[in-house]
Each structure stands twice: as C-alpha cells, then as structure tokens.
Design a protein around this ligand. Sequence first.
Ligand code: GDG
Length: 488
Amino acid sequence: MEHSDQQENNGRLIIVAYRLPFKIIRENDQVQLFQNSGGLVSAVLSLVANKNGPAFNSSEKIQWIGFSENSREELEGQSLANESFQAHPVFISDEVNENYYEGFCNNLIWPLCHYFPSLARFDDAYFEAYQTANQLFFEKLDEVIRPGDVVWVQDYQLMLLPDMIRQKYPDNKTGFFFHIPFPSYELFRLLPVAWRKALVNGMLGADVLGFHTNDYVEYFLKSARLVSGLGNKLHYINMSNRIVKVDAFPISIDFAKFNDAFDDPAVVTARDEARHSLKEKIIFSVDRLDYSKGIIHRLKGFERFLERYPEWHEKVSFVMVVVPSRDSIEQYQQMKSDIDQTVGRINSDFGNIYWQPIIYQYRSMPNHELVGMYTASDVALITPVRDGMNLVCKEYVASRKDRKGVLILSEMAGAAAELGEALIINPLDKQDIADAIHKAFEMPEEEQTKRMDAMRERIRNYDVFAWTNDFFTQMTMLEHEHEKLKQV
Ligand code: GDG
C-alpha cells in the first residue's frame, strides 16, 4: 500500500497503559504536566516521526489512557494535553486500586510471572477488582475511540482489555505488549481455571500479541493451547474469523541517546568524579528494589569474590544503587532490611579504615550520574533471578562509546538471549558470579572491545525505534499474512 493511502485510511494512535505519559502536578488551581522520559514514551513518540509512514494518522495527537493519581475533582476542567499527547485519566477508587494494582497485579501476577509462586496471593477480591479496573479502562476508551483508530494496550495490568475492545470494536486494530516474563505453563496453571481462561482469552482479543523473547512466545502458545484449546500454526493462532499473531519483539533503548551522552559535559564530570573517588576497579549495579532483581544473590556473589580472590582487596569498589519501590509493602521492607544487613556485614568483614568494598545508595540518581557510573565502571553486574528484558544492561552497553567495560549478565534476564557476548552467569550460583568478576577484571582490553562491539552493533540496529516500528509493521501486514497462511 502506498504511504499516502495508508495515511488517509488511518485513525489515531491510542495507547492504554497503567501509567499516564506525564506526571500531573496541581498548583494554585492549575495543572502542570511533566512528561516522563521513560522508554515507552520515547518509543511511542518515535512512531510519529517514522518517515516510512506510521500505521496511524500522525498529524493528530497520540491519545493516552492511563490511571490518574489525581482525583476527578482536581482535574475537572483542566487541559491534559501537551504537544504530543492527549491524556484521558481513568479514575479508580482507592479500595479497587488496592485490590487491583497492589493485589492482583503485584501480589499475584508479578510473583507468578517471576517464578516466585510462594509469594503469590490468591484472593477472589483481587480478581474482581482486576475485572472492574479493566472495565474502567474500557469505559474510558469507549468515550475516546473512533473508527480507524489503532489501539496499543500495555502490560500485565490490562490483560482483559483486548477482548473487551474486540467485542465492541472488532474493526479497530489492537496490539498488546507484555513487558514481564510470560511463565512456563507449570506456573501459569497455578491460577484458578476461570482466571487463567479469562486472562488468555482477554489477551487473544488483540491482533498482534508481543513478548520479549521466543521462550515467552512459546510458553504463551502452550497456555493458549491448554487453557483455551487453540492450536497455532507457527506464530499464528486461528480464531476462525481472524488470526492472532504472537511474536517476539525484544524491547530496546534509544541507542544514540546513551551513546552520545558519553561526551555530555555533566556526564564527563560525573565519570571523572567517580574514577577519582573510587578504587581502581569499579563494579556498578542499579535496579528497583524487587525480589526479582537478585540483589541479595549479587551481594553474596561479591562476598564470595572477596573471599576467593583476596588479591583484589582494597582495589575494588562496588557501587550498588537501589531505587525505592513498593516499600509500603512489608515484604519489600523485609528485603530492604536484609540488603542493609548484608551490605553492613560484608563491609565490616572485609573493609578497613581506608577501604569500603560496597558503596550503597538507596535512592534514585539523576541521568547524568547514571551514565557517569555506566561509563566509569569496569563491570556492570546484572543478576536478576528473573527479568522480562532488563534495560539497564542495554543502556550500559550503549553508553560505552569507548568500547570498554565488561557486562556480567544473568541468564534469567530476557536480554541474555540477545547479548551472548556478555559473561553470562547463573545468579543463584555465587561461585559463578565470583569467577565472572575475576575474569572481567583480568580481561584484556582487546577482548572487552570485541565483545562490546558485537553487542553495541546489535542494540544500534535494533533500538527502541526499530522495536516500535517492528510491532506496527506486523499490525499493518496482518491481513496480507492471513491470506498467505490460507495457502500454506
Ligand atoms: C519492566 C520489566 C523490562 C533505574 N534506576 C534509575 C533509573 N532507572 C531506569 C533504568 C532503566 C529503567 O529504569 C529500568 O528498566 P528495567 O528494564 O531494568 O526494569 P523494570 O523497571 O523492572 O521494567 C523489565 C521493562 O519493563 C521494559 O519492558 O525490561 O524486564 O521488569 O531505563 O535506566 N534511571 C535514572 N536513575 C535511577 O536511579 N535516571
């Protein structure tokens, strides 16, 4: 189809996600909008700039439906648009949101999908709230949607929504992307029968269903087969009157932004300061406080490294940044206190008045400091016990314009499927982590560069703009592929 035809036929792009694209601050009866700099926001913006012709009318603002942290009264009569986005807030009562977001999403789906079934809590009130909340998102969409609009639903908070859209708006193209691991069937089947059916059928309302890796795609296909009796031909599920395409779209980052940041004066200063104040070898890690991120395992691996490789004593600084998250939940408070104690123990066992092995910060850091640390460190130590993708490792690689540094990466991160030149470790095996740190410190610069070049090239070629483009190309090509499939 010609680009101009495509433009004429297409409606607007509607994103539906739990979070809105900006933070809304209300001051003196006015609201101020602070656009997020997160991956999804810039990825979506890149779609508009796509010169090959976006799959929607790019002269209109992107419509974004998301949960509002402000009350209805606070936002009454306010314009919630900036030059790119028109926001449509969904209001959810505290009680429903508690059972929906904290409950079903974070106390059940999150632990189950990250292989922590013992932490999963099953509560009928959770599922009821999940249905209610998805319905509230749908009602908002119902007010907004027009014929021809393309809808892109995001993540595990909204698994029921695609089918709700399909029932009332079968002609609107709908995509769905799942940002966390889709678990093996043995985990997924722990859900009550009615719930797992509802979730799979809800997702299958989409035309294109995206996951980060081929493994997650396979696991989903198996669940669809066993839960709903739907077979697949390669990546396609036949729904009698239409097909659903289920495929891997490994999310990525803005490579150029991280690469260019290397020479940003604020980054250069932060890098120089880190190198000046820390020991000759620097290890860095940053993540949200979460049991899936393997923070305790990382500390134990580092401790084993100090035990087994004493020649590095007083020559290494491990800078570990943990960003507060969900810390109103008791389990997360407990995890925080375990981390505090382990850091304290390691520092007191190994450190001395001239050397503190672990520099630990429980606070987020500004961007220039983050890239300053990425580019100052000899090793990025990324050890999740499960992670849908993990963007930190991609950011580390992209920011190494100097082509140096070593990435140590858990085999349980989705990113490990793409970054085979990293030192791949099992995060549960502290000896494996210890040996990898030693190997990284001893690695000749030529080998670091060779590995970095290969990983950088891959991320450069498949950056976040390629990711969105890929997803939307699949949405546009679906009818064509349907015809082809009939002939197979
Ligand atoms: C979910 C999935 C999947 C973190 N601390 C600071 C900071 N960050 C930024 C990083 C990175 C992002 O936050 C974290 O992204 P991840 O991908 O590592 O992790 P989740 O938040 O768990 O995201 C994950 C992702 O969705 C996308 O699909 O990859 O698997 O769990 O961009 O840079 N940024 C700054 N200061 C910090 O202190 N400036």
